[in-house]
Design a protein around this ligand. Structure first.
Ligand SMILES: C[S@@+](CC[C@H](N)C(=O)[O-])C[C@H]1O[C@@H](n2cnc3c(N)ncnc32)[C@H](O)[C@@H]1O
Length: 462
């Protein structure tokens, strides 16, 4: 073993940073694993590797959630766990882990006692990881004799009989499964298997598509997590303006952000009093990326909230007060009337405001009302700050679905405010053209009314 002075930690961290940068660069070669380096083959195995800053955030978050902040904590954790990465790629998350544990105070002589299993179907990626770890071993005189490299399909892998608590971590492939499969996407197979294999005392820490938090396709997976007897924490990330993964296809320098993945980092871990925690859906500009990824996310306790079976992404604490007893209040649907003669049109997609429209067209929701007063009420409600926060909390960050819209709870405080402002609703609607915003697209121009400036601000009342 290398004899060190007190400053070995900074040398270790600097060395690992170099390995991380090298591994990020290697993505281009390693992730295109087919001989012809086709984008299609890459897509089929979901080989989109994690960027270095996201990998650091991934472990910071895990350590904070598990209350690991100093040498004694990390020493115990390191010795008690078997670290298993089911789709390890170039190994970026392992190098980020080795960096993090030293930053937390793990002594050099504890490092190589780690039991780590790296699994991938791509032998080249595993060879790369083995080489990098060997270089580290050689430089520091560490044996790392308990690191295994397994080239196989994780979904058919039988984990070894380790006596340690398993910690499954990683960024598994997101690949559409054939019709009729148990899950629509392969990430769900990985998550289900990891949850099952983690047993009573193990943990799971995965970067997954945002759909894991809300999609009806994964209701059962969410129940599995909720009923695991462990805590669940989920932090979520939008894809505009910046996104967690710098681009979908590095080879093609994809600039269409809408195609980049919205993600959630999901952690399932044992705690004495299991909770469900969730952050807002983070949105950030590129210039704020480093600040975001160097900070600890703010979690809301959503234990007991089961709105539509989702893991909510609470925009703020006020929205949780609205949703707390949502089932006790009538939903927005109750002021709609299928045979109503008054119509209101609203865009089926949103970002910073709800886009009211003049006419029906594709992708636009039509709402009908019996009376004009009901229409004005709907204008007041759907243009309010509370509705936008609600949509950000329950939506996918892009679509405004009819179900989300109709399920908006009409809390008594809100009803009171709306009833007191019907004439304001009428004048806002009559003057809507003052708030028109136009957007050009290949098929022409779309005009939406952004009523934010004149809308009710009611969030602060909750
Ligand atoms: C999204 S990449 C993640 C790589 C790395 N963990 C990271 O975060 O950068 C997914 C990896 O899963 C691997 N993979 C795909 N299907 C697999 C399977 N059935 N079993 C094991 N590995 C698989 C791919 O080769 C690829 O390296």
């Amino acid at each position: 073993m290398k004899i060190c002075n007190g400053d070995w930690r900074s040398e270790w961290v600097a060395g690992l940073e170099e390995v991380l940068r090298h591994s990020e660069k290697a993505e281009l070669t390693l992730s295109y694993s087919s001989p012809c380096q086709s984008e299609d083959a890459r897509k089929k195995v979901g080989a989109y590797y994690t960027p270095v800053d996201a990998a650091a955030f991934f472990w910071n978050e895990f350590m904070v959630l598990n209350g690991i902040s100093e040498e004694q904590d990390i020493k115990a954790f390191w010795q008690e766990h078997h670290f298993i990465e089911p789709a390890s790629g170039a190994g970026i998350l392992v190098y980020a882990l080795l960096k993090k544990v030293v930053e937390l105070g793990l002594p050099l002589d504890c490092l190589s006692s780690a039991e780590i299993t790296l699994i991938d179907i791509n032998p080249k990626a595993l060879d790369f990881a083995r080489d990098e770890i060997q270089k580290i071993s050689k430089k520091w005189g560490l044996s790392f004799s308990d690191i295994r490299y397994v080239c196989t399909d994780f979904l058919h892998y039988a984990p070894s009989g380790s006596s340690k608590k398993p910690l499954f971590f990683g960024n598994p492939p997101y690949v559409a499964n054939p019709k009729g499969s148990r899950w629509k996407n392969s990430f769900a197979d990985f998550l289900e298997r990891a949850l099952t294999e983690s047993g009573e005392h193990g943990s799971v820490h995965f970067i997954l598509p945002l759909s894991v938090a809300f999609s009806r396709d994964y209701v059962e997976l969410r129940s599995m997590m909720r009923n695991s007897g462990k805590s669940v924490a989920i932090s979520s990330f939008d894809n505009i303006p910046d996104c967690l993964f710098s681009s979908g296809k590095p080879k093609h320098k994809n600039t269409n952000k809408a195609n980049s993945q919205r993600c959630s980092i999901v952690t399932v871990f044992p705690e004495d009093n299991p909770r469900t925690l969730s952050t807002r859906m983070h949105r950030w500009r590129k210039k704020d990326r480093s600040r975001l990824l160097n900070s600890t996310p703010c979690y809301h306790d959503i234990t007991g909230y089961n709105f539509g079976g989702q893991f909510l992404r609470p925009e703020n604490a006020a929205i949780l007060n609205l949703l707390k007893d949502a089932h006790l209040y009538p939903p927005l649907k109750t002021i709609l009337a299928a045979d109503g003669i008054h119509s209101l049109y609203i865009s089926g997609v949103a970002r910073n405001f709800m886009g009211f429209r003049e006419h029906h067209s594709s992708g636009v929701l039509r709402l009908r009302f019996k009376t004009e007063v009901d229409l004005y009420k709907a204008v007041l409600i759907m243009s309010s700050d509370l509705f936008l926060d609600y949509w950000r909390t329950v939506g996918d960050g892009f679509h405004l679905t009819r179900t989300n819209l109709e399920n908006f709870p009409l809390h008594p405080l809100l009803v009171q405010e709306v009833d007191a402002n019907i004439s304001r609703g009428k004048s806002i609607w009559e003057e809507r053209t003052n708030y028109a915003k136009s957007k050009r697209h290949p098929a022409g121009m779309t005009i939406s009314y952004d009523l934010t400036k004149v809308a009710l601000k009611i969030s602060s009342k909750f």
